[in-house]
Design a binder for this molecule. Structure first.
Ligand code: IMP
Ligand code: MG
Length: 176
């Protein structure tokens, strides 16, 4: 599949991140550390821009989950490849994703993390494809809602390619 068109440019992305940061900064106290968990790998570029705009202390951590199935479809069956390093019990947790599509991956991660009894758990995503949702999921902070196309760039990949693009592009029509 090839890159078809630019969907969101660099400026639009940085405005979206600025707005999310403003909303997040309103929620958390400036003297309580928040566990900032980035969902690998796609979330890293968004997370690194976002964290530099947050005005409360964070502790950076990562989780790597892989969903079984092919590269453009989510199966909802999630395997944890790398878990977070710290205990989140009694802590404020902010989970950072690149995109929410069916919502199945995040629902799974949310359940997994809630079982560990954090004080709070909030979810933040740069992109959202609400028309594709297959499960009820509350997302606390959303950057940009997009139509149902497969997108790449700014951390998002197709078969591990295109993550380094500084903008979000549409890859091509989905095979199904
Ligand atoms: P979900 O479980 O269907 O919500 O999908 C979640 C994961 O699928 C995201 O975290 C991405 O890694 C991947 N994904 C979903 N849609 C796209 C897309 O348009 N481009 C690249 N990756 C995507
Ligand atoms: Mg992801």
């Amino acid at each position: 599949m090839e890159l078809k068109e630019k969907l969101i440019n660099e400026i639009e992305i940085s405005i979206a991140i600025e707005n999310i940061a403003k909303d997040i900064n309103k929620i958390y106290s400036q003297n309580t550390e928040v566990i900032f968990i980035v969902v690998l790998k796609g979330g890293i570029i968004f997370a690194s821009d976002l964290m530099r705009k947050l005005n409360f202390p964070i502790r950076l951590d990562f989780i790597l989950a892989s969903s079984y199935g092919n590269s453009t479809k989510s199966s909802g069956i999630v395997k944890i490849i790398k878990d977070v390093d710290v205990s989140i019990e009694g802590r404020d947790v902010l989970l950072i994703e690149d995109i929410v599509d069916t919502g199945l991956t995040l629902s799974y991660l949310k359940r997994l993390l809630l079982n560990r009894k954090p004080k709070s758990l909030k979810i933040c995503t740069l992109l959202d494809k609400p028309s594709r949702r297959k499960t009820k999921l509350t997302i606390d902070f959303i950057g940009i809602k997009i139509p149902d196309s497969f997108v790449v760039g700014f951390g998002l990949d197709w078969n591990e390619k295109y993550r380094q693009l500084p903008y979000i592009g549409i890859l091509g029509n989905k095979e199904s």
